[in-house]
Ligand binder design. Sequence first.
Ligand code: DAH
Length: 341
Amino acid sequence: MKEQLAKIEREALETITKAADPAALDELRVKYLGKKGELTAVLKQMGKLSAEERPAMGALANEVRAALEEAIESTAQKLAASALEARLKAEAIDVTVPGKAARQGHKHPMYRALDEIKDIFVGMGFTVLDGPEIELAELNFDRLNAEEGHPSRDWSDSFYFDRDARVMLRSQTSPMQVRAMDSMPLPIRIIAPGRVYRKDEIDATHSPMFHQVEGMVIDKHITMADLKGTLNLLAEELFGKGTVTRFRPHHFPFTEPSCEMDVQCHKCGGVGCPTCKGEGWIELLGAGMIHPNVLRMANIDPEEWSGWAFGMGLERTAMRRFKIADLRLIFENDVRFLEQF
Ligand code: DAH
């Protein structure tokens, strides 16, 4: 029995100290110390020993058990330590490895133009409004004094949602004039940029979706001189000091009188060139004095209050501002194009 114990101890200590991982170590613990383990099997034979032999054998068996337990414990600690070390090594971060540079984008040229326009008007005390692209035809047309049968009301020109043409994608930002009149106290000074939709085929100057910036002032004693002064300032701020403008008579249902404002071509100085299609002038926006009917429909007394309004195409303005030849470039989001700004 003594030899048996010595053999178990020798074998066990050797295999235990060589255990490769905690699972293997646990297997060994079961193999030697478990209920059906080798050491336990030997102890079960104690009963066969004589009374004199028993205590000495018992003490020896306990020594062996203690030695095995200690070996298991210290091996477990060693395995845990080396596992931790391996993990630290695997997870180490080398801060000297060169990083991957993130490609940084920048603002789209059209939104840069819009930011400039906003800055100019906010500097003059205007509020910037945002409004719905899905609009009531009532606000897009009726409340803007657009007569029944006006061509832009036609199904071939505008996108409607319902059979009776009550709800539509707004075809202009002008309904924001009505929304401002209905919701803000007088006097009012607002601009309202946003998307508008028309059934236009895509080409170098058209898109079924584009952007406009609406502007409106309502106060006492507002005249056409205020409109011209403000819009001349806008042109100079956008296109440079000394930019020459001209105002041509025009017709819009919601303004009277109405006009269009052109800026003199920056390329040829008014002589005529490909940029201005030989005209010497480039159309920038529509404007006018708010029609008394529009004021009345908003419960504003045209005898007491007057105002002016304008609407400009944002893509066109950006194209002019950044000398972009084709409208489609603005929407295609080709980084080779966008990176140039
Ligand atoms: N809404 C007009 C359009 O889309 C542009 C416009 C003209 C807006 C005159 C105005 C204005 O506010 O006074 O063609």
